[in-house]
Design a protein around this ligand. Structure first.
Ligand code: FES
Length: 181
């Protein structure tokens, strides 16, 4: 084999190798760009997520529920399971609270005996309707928009509830969470 043909062969091999590397690097970018199409219309972070049948949340009680983070990928495993508190007021009217304290985000716990949510980090406390009772939090618990469809509770969980959430979004949550919505 002459020097020229050997050089041409190495050039072709190098070009093929570079092309293969380019394809591998392009896969995540292309799948990101086309994910809204490939995952279907019932995907994405801004969609209604089922929490379970309304029967799981007895009237007058507050129960823990979990949902899967709509922005999670299959490799996120159990870390994508997010808890929230569901308060069933009268069977039609609910409140679904983010589990995170409105102070610095620690998970709050519900104490049915005192009918209070308590934060283990700095002693923040909230009444059963989520309003602030005492401690460092400057406001009540954040709430998810909810609706009841075919006997199942759904929430709009795409916007993680944080103090940075815009006031316009908070208003939307309150309106959508109304039982007449
Ligand atoms: Fe809950 Fe500070 S994080 S009181």
């Amino acid at each position: 084999m002459s020097d020229l043909s050997r050089r041409q062969m190495f050039l072709k091999l190098a070009a093929a190798f570079n092309g293969a590397i380019g394809v591998v690097l392009a896969i995540p970018i292309v799948s990101y760009l086309f994910s809204p199409v490939t995952r279907g219309e019932n995907a994405g972070y801004d969609r209604w997520i089922p929490l379970g049948p309304i029967d799981q949340f007895p009237v007058g009680q507050t129960r823990l529920a979990t949902y899967r983070n709509p922005g999670a990928s299959p490799t996120d495993g159990e870390t994508a399971e997010i808890p929230c508190w569901v308060r069933n007021i009268d069977g039609n009217k609910l409140q679904v609270f983010a589990i995170n304290c409105a102070h610095l985000g620690c998970p709050v716990r519900w104490f049915p005996q005192s009918r209070l949510f308590m934060c283990p980090c700095h002693g923040g406390a909230y009444y059963e309707d989520g309003s602030r009772a005492s401690g460092p939090p400057e406001r009540g618990l954040f709430e998810y928009a909810f609706k009841i469809v075919d006997g199942a509770v759904h929430i709009k969980a795409g916007e993680l509830q944080t103090p940075g959430l815009s006031s316009a979004t908070r208003k939307l949550i309150q309106i959508e969470g109304h039982p007449c919505a």
